[in-house]
Ligand binder design. Structure first.
Ligand SMILES: [Zn+2]
Length: 57
């Protein structure tokens, strides 16, 4: 009695892999123009030189 709050589970915490999987595949892209590491989805402009070309493109 009084412990009902302990049984309330957040359904969002059951599948943490859904959030981490996609992020890892586009981390560490290297800018083909200046060599800076670009963090973000494909097409994200380089934070240093503003270019969108990456190593491997
Ligand atoms: Zn760059």
């Amino acid at each position: 009695m009084g412990d009902d709050e302990r049984t309330a589970l957040e359904p969002d915490e059951l599948e943490p892999d859904e959030l981490g999987g996609d992020a890892a595949c586009w981390l560490g892209s290297v800018c083909a123009d200046c060599g800076a590491m670009i963090e973000g989805p494909p097409g994200t402009a380089c934070w240093r030189c503003g270019g969108t070309h990456r190593e491997g493109d």
